[in-house]
Write a protein that binds this ligand. Sequence first.
Ligand SMILES: C[S@@+](CC[C@H](N)C(=O)[O-])C[C@H]1O[C@@H](n2cnc3c(N)ncnc32)[C@H](O)[C@@H]1O
Length: 348
Amino acid sequence: MSEMKATPPASGVAQNEMRHIPVMLDEVMKYLTPKPGEVFVDGTFGAGGYSSAILNTGANVIAIDRDPDAIADGAELVARFDGRLTLLPGKFSQMDVLAAEAGADLVDGVVLDVGVSSMQINEDERGFSFLHDGPLDMRMAQKGPSAADLVNNLERANLTRIIGILGEERHASRVSKAIIARREVEPFSRTLDLAKVVEKAVGKTKNDRIHPATRTFQGLRIFVNSELEELAQALLSAERILKPGGRLVVVSFHSLEDRLVKRFLVDRSSEYVGSRHLPQADSRPTTFSLLKRGAVAPRADEVERNPRARSAKLRAGLRTEAQAGKPDLSIFKLADFSGVVEIPRRDA
Ligand SMILES: C[S@@+](CC[C@H](N)C(=O)[O-])C[C@H]1O[C@@H](n2cnc3c(N)ncnc32)[C@H](O)[C@@H]1O
């Protein structure tokens, strides 16, 4: 998600304005079609917007979030729904394991709303914002290496790849050069400090629609939180946990994420491995059918009410009876960051 598309952040923002407004909720509910007694996994609990809507239909929810703040804030909802909401800390890539531990081996639906919540981006201390000063952090789970650890310790070639591939910044090389030059004098610790260095390296023209640091911050955030690997693993996990007839609904906020969802659903809904036009193409049972061809965009009135919805895309699939496919990550064509050197951890 680009921060320029977020609701106005931070300083002095009233508590209720910081709450997350669920994106494309009507469309999510249309494709999820929850019924009383059914069981759903909400892999991205956030402020519980989707979970509440599902619970209000009489269905049960196993909700997951890797952010301890989201879990703590959800306690009131857990109490309100009297045993029908199970809220678990953890990663959505592990949803099959987490749901089995909560007593559900198979479920009727899985929903994911990937990216950061308004609470995360609007809270300066979480360090996601390039518009407000805060510690250079960006860790959704509040543990592991932070964005400051990356920019202060990674080799230049790795920084360039992260900013270029995950941030889609065409001036990545210039940005990494400026980062290295500055950290030799003084390490980075604050968001605005990094934003200013990036702005100077990238340059700013009056036609720019986004802040010059948008892409660099996006790349660092995606890497810090392993967002693309998490999403790819979550789709494979959802395939294992959905009943025949179960629904998968994914809302994403930028093309890197949407491409993974598309690749997965196209792969799982096509009978042929390779090209159907080639004589040697193997056929296999499909594990999903598409509930909608292509991606669904938010309605104009929603975008007007909630600018954060502007870049959202929803894709939905229906689980067939076939056994889950191979958990083969190569279908996602993820960039390989395995060579990125280990960096010192601030906490264990
Ligand atoms: C866009 S918000 C979800 C908002 C939610 N749909 C609502 O209506 O309130 C995304 C949430 O997913 C969480 N999240 C992101 N990646 C995750 C992952 N890999 N595993 C678990 N939670 C994750 C974030 O911490 C954040 O709270």
